[in-house]
Write a protein that binds this ligand. Sequence first.
Ligand SMILES: [Ca+2]
Ligand SMILES: [Ca+2]
Length: 312
Amino acid sequence: MLRTLFLLVLMLFMAVPGHAVEPDVFIDLKFRLDGQGREKEKLSTSGQAKPSTISLPKGFRLASQRNEPKPGTSWSDPVTGMTFVWIPSGCFMMGDKKEAGWETSRHQVCLDGFWMGKYEVTQAEWKKVMGNNPAYFKGDRNPVEQVSWNDAKKFIQKFNVMGRGGFSLPSEAQWEYAARAGMTGKWYWGDSNESICIYANVIDESSLRSNLGVCNDLYKFVAPVGQFKPNGYGLYDMIGNVWEWCEDTYDRKAYSGHSRINPLHSGKGKQRVVRGGSWSDVYDNSKCSTRYASDRDDARNYHFGFRLVRAK
Ligand SMILES: [Ca+2]
Ligand SMILES: [Ca+2]
């Protein structure tokens, strides 16, 4: 009876249009130990998640079993003012079993907690570290673009010397886990493409190719960071604005070789993973599970930027 009442309240809570789900709600609902070291994945989305029972990898502990900052805790780097949000340890189902090739197979991944950039790295932050501004769409609060994977690594190298150190690009597993914030559908707000203009800067009715948009998000090109609603962890622009470089080498079959804890694919190729889509992508190419490969790690264009992570 109590369980039914609880689920009813949860469904009413999730039905409020445009309501951003608080991080604590995700953490409380996503997993419940059943007393035998196994967990039952709980529903935290509007009817799109399916109950499943998953087991924790040996030795892995959830955020609730560790002494971690509370989800959503933030701090700002003193050198650049860049803000980071705590993403708690946990497990999730990575990928999308419905897509052919790039995003399959859907598999369980468990990650240690980490700090993640609340926003894409801005041009003001880039300038403070590198002393130049390569971006095509100029604006201090706009995300930096026209930066290759190699450029991003040079930024990180210099930033690590200037400040607290320990910064890196996210693995694509970290990126997807943080982007989903406990959601299991296409996007961190659910499966409705009509909500995308509230949460993300993608191709819309104001874009040059207006016939591809389903609503108007007011930005034909990049937007200053933080103009759209954040996900459940308080991260902005995980979908849209600029694609975000990840540490992994791109391999179409990378998931088949993933370890269950903190996977990172580092092959020989020059292709690198970018995630999340950009201002020039249609909504269906900008899902939480969408993977894309740059041609080379030195490729620059005005669709690609990045954000940082930092270990505990
Ligand atoms: Ca747009
Ligand atoms: Ca983005």
